[in-house]
Design a protein around this ligand. Structure first.
Ligand SMILES: Cc1cc2nc3c(=O)[nH]c(=O)nc-3n(C[C@H](O)[C@H](O)[C@H](O)COP(=O)(O)OP(=O)(O)OC[C@H]3O[C@@H](n4cnc5c(N)ncnc54)[C@H](O)[C@@H]3O)c2cc1C
Length: 448
């Protein structure tokens, strides 16, 4: 039985070996890789998903479990609207309880300036026919019971959902396998074999796979993997701390946050808690190289980022992490099977304190577990979902910027059609890789 958070100590569910050939190879067993594999397999395309550690062991099981349309970038919205429909369909197909519930998402306003930000999103919400609405102070107090503070108001989207990530993504992986996908855990993709500008195959730690098509969906590792092949993605990763309480009486069935505390009702009756808008950036060589691209994002949230001068050894942007390696020798990916940062003790204390201050009736509540996660970030807070023009057959879907769980099944469907050369049904120009190099100004996605 896997423990939480998942680590390399958990049993391998998909031992391999990898096949000798596959139409498509996916690097990364998070929600993006898993759902892409699922949709490709459903079209009878032979697809092999390589996961260096365990399925969903990194961001895709460690997240808060919010499935939200609220606060999304306007170009992500049509995809997340589709994702919400897919979540329901896939939850049925899984035949397992993944904790999917339509219980709403609410952002609390401490001051009128927060309400002004919410009003900006209301314009986008109206265009897309969302059920998002603004609440006044009285309605807010009625929605979430027992709060010790009076909020200026709130923005809420009742149709937003929640699910338990550590149940959902492994269940989706099982569904993908039932549809015909091959998953191999404990198997790092070391390098691409590229000849005459086209993908020929993938070197893995367990042998070579001949293929014409590769999707890199490696979360925080994508940039390191691709940089070795001359494909540059200005991706960094930041550490965040999360905690879960023991079961408590229900004060709100959905997920809510203000600047200080984020909380979500869990299937087990507890709450998943985190500090709103605070993360730690480990500085490594890439952080320095890419600093200028992040200036707009840093200016926008000046105090949200804290810095630590040394990215730990073995991390994607570690000072000693190799940037080059031979395909027949150990790569950084298998050296760190699971990126498993420790939660910050001070953050755990402030999360507990802030939750109890807001809900004094939970004064005796205890945190049952705390964990850390590395969020893969992009300079404009929206992902890269594109084909790589310089290398025929190479696709990338990464940099989901802390909101890739909810949109995951939508991205998986979109990327599977992109790989097949079909119309994806959405305008993906906002997510093109070239935006960082063609002189386009940085257009920040919402940090809501
Ligand atoms: C604490 C936290 C809270 C969050 N809260 C939310 C939320 O409430 N709602 C929301 O929508 N999103 C949330 N997110 C973001 C969301 O979890 C991520 O955007 C999403 O899970 C990213 O999925 P992914 O498949 O792109 O990457 P990941 O889940 O990181 O998966 C990438 C996988 O690729 C594997 N890999 C990398 N390189 C290789 C290689 N060379 N060979 C083989 N395997 C490789 C890794 O081991 C990893 O398992 C949160 C994230 C965190 C960390």
């Amino acid at each position: 039985m896997p423990t939480f958070p998942f680590t390399e100590a958990d049993p391998i569910q998909y031992p391999g070996p990898p096949p000798k050939t596959s139409q498509v190879v996916i690097v990364g067993g998070g929600i993006v890789g898993v759902t892409t594999a699922l949709f490709l397999a459903a079209r009878n395309i032979s697809v092999t998903l390589l996961e260096k550690g365990r399925v969903a062991a990194e961001q895709s099981s460690r997240n808060w479990g919010w499935i939200r349309k609220q606060g999304r970038d306007a170009d992500e919205l049509p995809i997340v609207i589709e994702a919400c429909r897919l979540w329901r369909q896939l939850a049925d197909e899984c035949g397992e309880d993944i904790g999917l519930n339509q219980t709403g998402v609410t952002y609390l306003a401490n001051a009128d300036k927060d309400m002004a930000k919410f009003e900006e999103f209301m314009r986008i919400a109206t265009t897309h026919g969302l059920d998002t609405r603004l609440l006044d102070a009285h309605e807010t107090a009625k929605l979430i019971t027992g709060m010790s503070r009076k909020f200026a108001g709130a923005m809420t989207t009742p149709s937003d959902m929640r699910a338990e990530p550590w149940l959902a993504v492994p269940a989706l992986a099982r569904l993908a396998v039932r549809k015909g996908a091959k998953i191999v855990e404990n198997c790092a993709a070391r390098a691409l074999d590229i000849a005459a500008g086209r993908i020929k195959g993938v070197w893995t730690e367990a042998g070579y796979i001949e293929t014409s098509t590769v999707l890199v969906a490696g979360g925080a590792w994508s940039s390191l993997f691709l940089a070795r092949h001359g494909v540059s993605i200005p991706q960094l990763s930041v550490r965040v701390t999360v905690a879960a309480t023991e079961p408590l009486p229900e004060i709100y069935a959905g997920a809510a946050a203000d600047d200080h505390i984020a909380f979500r009702r869990r299937q087990d009756g507890g709450y998943t808690l985190a500090a709103g808008g605070s993360h730690l950036l480990y500085l490594g060589p890439d952080a320095f190289r890419r600093a200028t691209k992040y200036i707009p994002a840093l200016r926008d949230n000046l105090f949200g980022t804290r810095y630590f001068p040394f990215a730990p050894s073995g991390y994607p942007d570690g000072w000693s992490t190799p940037r080059d390696w031979a395909p027949d020798s150990e790569s950084p990916f298998e050296r760190m099977r699971v990126l498993n940062p420790a939660p910050e003790p001070a953050k755990l204390r402030s999360i507990e304190r802030n939750f109890k201050q807001l809900f004094p009736q939970f004064d005796k509540a205890r945190l049952k577990v705390g964990w850390g996660g590395m969020i893969d970030a992009m300079p404009d807070v929206v992902p890269v979902v594109d084909l790589v023009r310089a290398v025929g057959g190479l696709f990338v879907a990464t940099g989901m910027c802390g909101h890739g769980f909810g949109i995951g099944p939508g991205m998986g469907r979109v990327v599977s059609d992109m790989i097949q050369g079909n119309d994806t049904g959405h305008d993906l120009s906002r997510f093109r890789l070239s935006r960082f190099y063609d002189g386009s100004p940085v257009r920040l996605g919402p940090a809501l």
